[in-house]
Design a protein around this ligand. Structure first.
Ligand code: S3P
Length: 173
């Protein structure tokens, strides 16, 4: 069983993924961590020194590596990973895609004090930038097999819902 968590920045993919992995007895991986390990740089530094296209190239390489070499894991993907056609195809063939969803307000509260996300770091109107990027990405996130809301919810509750959905076997059309 492979589980891929997707969704916008600040929807809780990493914390939920870690918890979900523990509950299911599966290792947890995070594409952002794998990217940082691969190039020995933190994400902001990668964007600053090499730009977003380079980051996306490494992101795809990391996804190719994971799907060809790992099984029975929980994988959190970076918020922009599923926008790329190849990434989406590889991930959806390899695992069940679960999208974590949160409102603009909730995302805003979660990301406003963190400066580790280059796409939002220079924003002069954070709330409206979040809204705009989220709207643009909605069709990509929407393709997930399952969607779970994370607004005002404990990680444990979110994790339990994911497990119930996975066990239900109701993978839609
Ligand atoms: C990105 C999300 C980040 C990270 C990078 C780009 C995005 O991951 O991959 O800053 O395009 O949404 P998180 O979603 O884990 O913050």
């Amino acid at each position: 069983m492979n589980i891929v968590l997707t969704g916008f920045m600040g929807t809780g993919k990493s914390v939920t993924g870690r918890w979900l992995g523990k509950e299911l007895g599966l290792p947890f991986l995070d594409t952002d961590d794998l990217i940082e390990e691969k190039v020995s740089m933190k994400i902001p530094e990668i964007f600053e020194k090499h730009g977003e296209p380079y980051f996306r190239k490494v992101e795809t390489e990391v996804i190719r590596d994971v799907v060809s070499s790992s099984n029975d894991i929980v994988l959190a993907s970076g918020g922009g990973a599923v926008l790329n056609e190849e990434n989406y195809r590889l991930l959806s063939q390899w695992g069940t895609i679960v999208r974590l969803r949160a409102s603009v307000d909730c995302i805003y509260k979660r990301v406003r004090t963190k400066f580790t996300r280059p796409l939002l770091a220079d924003s002069t109107d954070l709330r409206s930038d979040i809204e705009k990027i989220l709207n643009d990405r909605e069709p990509f996130y929407d393709k997930a097999q399952f969607t779970v809301d994370t607004d005002d919810r404990e990680i444990k509750e979110v994790t339990e819902e994911i497990i119930e959905l996975l066990n239900s076997g109701d993978y839609g059309s």
